[in-house]
Design a protein around this ligand. Structure first.
Ligand code: ASP
Length: 439
């Protein structure tokens, strides 16, 4: 039977939630468009799509009629006296997405006001203002957007916000968190980056809990600076407030994908009770004079060292007049030294440095530090001026280098790469901190 006849026969349509009996399995999900006329495609509650051969379907039960996907009604939120004010800045990504039942894909479709209407619990915590800074998936982020974000955050701080929540796609959220912590010197309020691994219209979405925990953390603490607030485990119980410069997305789809590397969460927020447990006792508080420094140097690259590396991979940066390059080296900070018998990589890196490019070394091991002198090959790189960046994450080193090159004299940059400016370098990592323990 063809799909259209099957749908008509069972009085079901795309967007409806149905239960299918297939072999010994019961599958529950939303009907989404399928690739072929002989298949029914379902978006399961887990968020994944599956396609079933119509011939194998034993029975069909309609659970509920499809919702139309459109903008939800946005209610006017009344201001409540005595509550702090929190600004939500919205950049896009899954946190603000709904499933498009026409394509089965995820679309960025909400403004920040809509989020408040979707998560009314937020209103008990603070008064919110919201601004749509951009509506993009985070893979499309760039330095110009970072600048826009810094300016938008500065504006909210000047208006007197107690804190800021930044809704952001998860894929490059770690880069943005690090970039903002460099750009917001002596940031006087909490700036919490929040994302979601499942879109906001799914039962399994993590968006509400991440947002609510971030709001509770802002309302109840004197933390000042940039941090990330995401699920601590796969349960809906605790969110982790994570250090902006030392956190990575470590899983493609788990809700607890964000983990601190060579560091621990700053605090844990209990979703239901709102109790906050600081794991770092000397967390950042308001200090010094706030200064927004929104510029980033565009001509900075990030290169992963790998076996069979070609000279042109290094030469690209010299030929294109790059001002900075972070190498994600192997182990303690190696990159291929000899590529061909007479042309070696060291020469290519030396020429790159001679051309005026600052070349920095990090490790693709992520945990632990690079070391500038342990092996002969490493010493060769140090001798020609490669800057060894301790335990800086490659992504953090990349945005730090771009930020330093745009805001400091070139002669200061190498020195500053090795200095701990925003908690990005941990000088006291112990061997025992690996593998990371769950708190
Ligand atoms: N690719 C999406 C993004 O990073 C995923 C997400 O929104 O979390 O924007």
């Amino acid at each position: 039977m063809k799909k259209s006849a099957f749908l008509n026969k069972h009085k079901i349509a795309e967007g409806d939630i149905i239960e299918l009996s297939v072999g010994n399995d019961l599958l529950i999900g939303t009907i989404v468009p399928s690739k072929s006329d002989s298949l029914i495609a379902l978006k399961l509650n887990s968020g994944y799509n599956t396609e079933i051969d119509i011939k194998k379907i034993k029975s069909v039960k309609k659970k509920s009629k499809g919702k139309t996907v459109g903008k939800p009604k946005t209610a006017k939120v009344e201001e409540k006296k005595g509550l702090p004010s929190i600004s939500i800045l919205h950049t896009g990504g899954t946190i603000a997405s709904r499933v498009n039942y026409k394509t089965g894909g995820v679309i960025a479709a909400f403004s920040a006001d809509d989020l408040l209407t979707m998560f009314p619990e937020l209103e008990e915590i603070a008064n919110f203002e919201s601004t749509l800074v951009s509506n993009i998936m985070s893979e499309d982020m760039n330095f110009a957007y970072y600048g826009k974000l810094v300016n938008a955050i500065e504006k909210e701080i000047k208006k007197g916000a107690k804190g800021i929540i930044l809704g952001h796609g998860t894929d490059t959220l770690g880069y943005t968190a690090a970039a903002l912590s460099f750009a917001l010197e002596n940031c006087p309020v909490p700036v919490m980056l929040v994302g979601a691994q499942r879109s906001s219209d799914r039962g399994s979405s993590d968006a509400a809990m991440n947002l609510i925990c971030a709001a509770k953390f802002i309302a109840k603490t004197d933390f000042a600076g940039v941090a990330i607030c995401m699920h601590h485990s796969t349960d809906d119980e605790i969110c982790a407030v994570l250090p902006a410069c030392k956190t990575r997305k470590m899983h493609t789809s788990r809700r607890d994908a964000f983990k601190a590397v060579n560091d621990s969460p700053i605090a844990l927020v209990d979703y239901k009770s709102g109790k906050i447990n600081f794991l770092k006792k000397n967390y950042a508080k308001k200090r010094g004079t706030f200064k927004a420094m929104p510029k980033f140097e565009e001509k900075v690259g990030l290169l992963k060292s790998h076996p069979s590396m070609k000279l042109i991979e290094i030469d690209f940066f010299r030929k294109n007049k790059y001002k900075g390059l972070v190498i994600e080296g192997t182990g303690l900070g190696h990159t291929t030294v000899t590529i061909k018998k007479f042309e070696d990589n060291i020469k290519a890196i030396k020429n790159l440095i001679k051309s005026g490019c600052v070349v920095c070394m990090t490790s693709q091991c992520l945990f632990g530090s690079v070391h500038p002198s342990i092996y002969t090959n490493i010493r060769k790189l140090s001798e020609i001026g490669v800057v060894y960046c301790k335990d800086l994450l490659p992504e953090t080193a990349f945005v730090k280098l771009a930020w330093l090159l745009a805001n400091y004299k070139k002669s200061e940059v190498a020195e500053l790469m090795g200095q701990n400016l925003r908690g990005e370098i941990n000088e006291r990592i112990s061997m025992d901190s690996f593998p990371p323990k769950e708190e």
